[in-house]
Design a protein around this ligand. Structure first.
Ligand SMILES: [Mn+2]
Length: 454
């Protein structure tokens, strides 16, 4: 059914290699002290009802450092004679569980082809982790993820604070490794970029299919079905975040996810949808007319947002501040709205903190993208704006939203309930911005040629 889309996406990239996982680990270890114990945790499974669980997704740090996706995993590393020794706690082999829920690699399977030195059954976590804990001075762990690990750490800190009084043994401090890991995750490797490009190519095809199937009377949920179906068809693990599929006034609600309205003639439809491929997110937004032809008013607003987006993408260059795209986008949006007479202020006034642009553009222009859709990485380290480096990936997503339903503003009648956002995923390279989601059409002519064509 979607083989054309599949062809356009191209071949699947090869998996992240064991060597790459190990080099990620090494880069983290190089920032630790020899008497540190590193613990990477994952959330516990969560129950939907009775014996039905929500689809499990492990922690992003677990994915980044070893790629293990199953529940009940704990990754540890300590230094032994100058070398870092890694252990992964995994679910043990269990015939009954495997008959019901699926095969498990077990400790034996984990030792084969995984970037770890040792594997221990999760059943032995308490004893084995306690042994590791008494030997370290600092525990490097993010608390609040796995309650079981938190309790062990807490117990060890409390009991060894007494041991330390007597013998000088045991851990004395807890350090969150997030800052160190986030800095690593912020800069993407070649193979991560290939994953993200593939993820973005699939998301682009999903948007194209949604455009092609859009006509007056179609349900937002039906387009959601097409998008999520295509994500699965292309072998992703599904959505990277709940799809935003808003027609008419719903397009002016930034994170509308109910998706239960009918798309009507004359309305604009805004779709913000991305998938997760091999742990890597894409995040694309497009906006198009339900009937396939932009009205004059819709086209005016659309073109301003598109011009703003292109100006912002052009700022995604090595050495530029992370907020250069935001500034560029805001300037083009404000100039456009002044030109249309929507804003009756000078450019400086419109862009000011209480300027009128904020009424119609109320969010930021982008965020880091990676294993998480809102990926990690401090935007202002040491309170200085982050400068773009090669390998960073940021979304560029300006928009304008004229919610006629809003009681706090007087919406210009001509633009009532027009909501436009255009979002692409942009890789910073030595040769300038590389739009990973570039397969997704966004000029007025290209969009009009596709909408309703199915
Ligand atoms: Mn986004």
């Amino acid at each position: 059914m979607w083989d054309e889309s599949l062809k356009a996406v191209g071949p699947e990239p090869s998996k992240i290699s064991i060597e790459e996982y190990k080099s990620r680990q090494e880069r983290l270890f190089s920032q630790l002290r020899p008497d540190d114990l590193l613990i990477i945790t994952a959330p516990q499974e969560s129950t939907r009802s009775n014996d039905v669980h929500y689809h499990y997704r492990t922690s992003s740090d677990m994915l980044y450092l070893c790629g293990w996706e199953d529940p009940e995993a704990v990754f540890t590393a300590f230094n032994k004679d100058g070398k870092w020794f890694t252990t992964l706690f995994v679910q043990p082999k269990d015939i009954l569980q495997e008959i019901w829920e699926g095969r498990r690699p077990g400790t034996q399977g984990a030792l084969e082809n995984w970037p770890i030195d040792n594997a221990i059954s999760h059943e032995d976590l308490n004893d084995s982790l306690s042994e590791m804990l008494v030997k370290c001075s600092r525990i490097i762990v993010k608390l609040g993820v796995d309650a079981n690990v938190d309790a062990l750490v807490d117990m060890e800190i409390k009991s060894t604070s007494r041991e330390r009084q007597k013998f000088g043994l045991g851990p004395v401090s807890i350090i969150d490794p997030s800052r160190m890991i986030n800095e690593l995750r912020l800069r993407k490797s070649e193979s991560e970029i290939e994953m993200m490009r593939h993820s973005a190519k699939i998301a682009a095809q999903a948007h194209i299919q949604a455009m092609a199937h859009t006509k007056p009377g179609v349900g937002e949920w039906q387009l959601e079905g097409i998008i999520e179906g295509l994500f699965k068809y292309c072998k992703t693990s599904g959505i990277a975040y709940p799809c935003i599929i808003g027609s008419g006034e719903n397009a002016t609600i930034l994170h509308y996810t109910v998706n239960n309205d009918t798309c009507d003639d004359g309305e604009v439809l805004l779709i913000d949808a991305g998938c997760e491929y091999n742990g890597y997110a894409s995040d694309i937004t497009r906006s198009w007319p339900v009937n396939g032809k932009f009205s004059e008013a819709q086209a005016e607003i659309y073109q301003i947002v598109l011009d703003a987006q292109l100006a912002a993408i052009d700022q995604c260059r090595i050495g530029n501040s992370y907020d250069a795209p935001h500034k560029a986008a805001r300037k083009v949006l404000a100039e456009g709205l002044i030109r249309l007479g929507v804003i009756n202020q000078t450019l400086d006034e419109a862009l000011g903190s209480d300027g009128e642009l904020n009424k119609w553009y109320m969010h930021n222009t982008g965020h880091w993208l990676g294993i998480d859709v809102h990926d990690v990485g401090v935007y202002r380290p040491d309170n200085e704006p982050r400068l773009f480096e090669e390998g960073m990936v940021i979304t560029v997503e300006p928009g304008l939203y004229f919610g006629a339903w809003r009681p706090d503003v007087t919406c210009p009648e001509k633009y009532a309930n027009i909501g436009i956002r255009i979002e692409d995923d942009v890789l910073i390279t030595r040769d300038g911005p590389d739009v990973l989601s570039g397969d997704c059409p966004k000029t007025i002519a290209n969009i009009e040629a596709i909408v309703g064509s199915a």
